[in-house]
Design a binder for this molecule. Structure first.
Ligand code: ZN
Length: 244
């Protein structure tokens, strides 16, 4: 057995207070690309970098262009939970995983069965009218073209946190508390370069910080275990063994 997997298995077996913190890499195995790593690809068909197009100012001032990008690059209605999502749902069922904190907006952790999911950047599955507050599902994008408009005549905005917007303070608080109280913190699929990920990891006080990412992160030297591999593969194998 892979040495790292057996170490992770042992850590998981001995804890019932694990918190998982995940980034875009968790969903790439579901076919959802990380828009931050793909600037070059988009520059051909868009005049602005993704960070500009996903900003509050851009949404307000170039709503049509925002939705052209958003519909094409941010919505993946056919994506399914992958091995990482499924393994985490299983860990929660086993009473080991206390919370999933995610930077992703695709709703796949909830789809996989996790109950305590803290979505730092909101959810693309919810879309809210900017005037009356009516909530729409993803279906609104099938039913409309271009800019989705509410029954009341006002623009609908995805319930995702855009650049320049603050995170939901209640969710931030729950997430930092979960990290602070955690016995084991597994961080996966994130390079930990994007705010607020790096700052939140600092709340962890334990000595079982596990980083699973294909590339190096600035936190590798603080981690107790670093696994450079596919998050889906690692979690699936480990949880499978821990269940035995
Ligand atoms: Zn409305």
């Amino acid at each position: 057995m892979n040495d790292n997997i057996s170490k992770l298995k042992e850590i998981i077996e001995n804890s019932d207070n694990i918190v998982f913190f995940g980034g875009a890499g968790v969903s790439t195995e579901s076919g959802i690309p990380d828009f931050r790593s793909a600037d070059g690809l988009y520059s051909e068909s868009y005049k602005y970098p993704p960070e500009t197009m996903l900003s509050r100012t851009f949404f307000m001032e170039h709503t049509e262009e925002f939705y052209r990008f958003y519909r094409e690059k941010m919505l993946y209605p056919d994506a399914e939970p992958n091995d990482a999502h499924k393994a985490l749902a299983e860990l929660e069922k086993l009473g080991k995983l206390k919370a999933v904190i995610t930077q992703n907006v695709d709703g796949l952790h909830t789809r996989a069965g996790n109950k305590n999911v803290l979505e730092l950047h909101g959810s693309a599955l919810r879309n809210i009218c900017m005037s009356c507050g009516e909530c729409y599902t993803l279906g609104i994008f099938r039913e409309t073209e271009g800019v989705p408009i509410c029954k009341c005549g006002v623009v609908i905005k995805p319930d995702v946190v855009l650049y320049e917007e603050g995170l939901n303070p209640a969710i931030m608080q729950k997430a930092t508390e979960a990290i602070y109280d955690a016995d084991v913190l597994i961080v996966g699929g994130t390079s930990l370069n994007v705010y607020p990920a790096a700052g939140m990891i600092d709340y962890y006080r334990g000595n079982k910080l596990i980083l699973i990412n294909k590339s190096a992160t600035p936190y590798d030297r603080h981690a107790n275990l670093v696994i450079r591999d596919s998050i889906g593969k690692v979690l699936k194998e480990t949880v499978c063994l821990a269940r035995k």
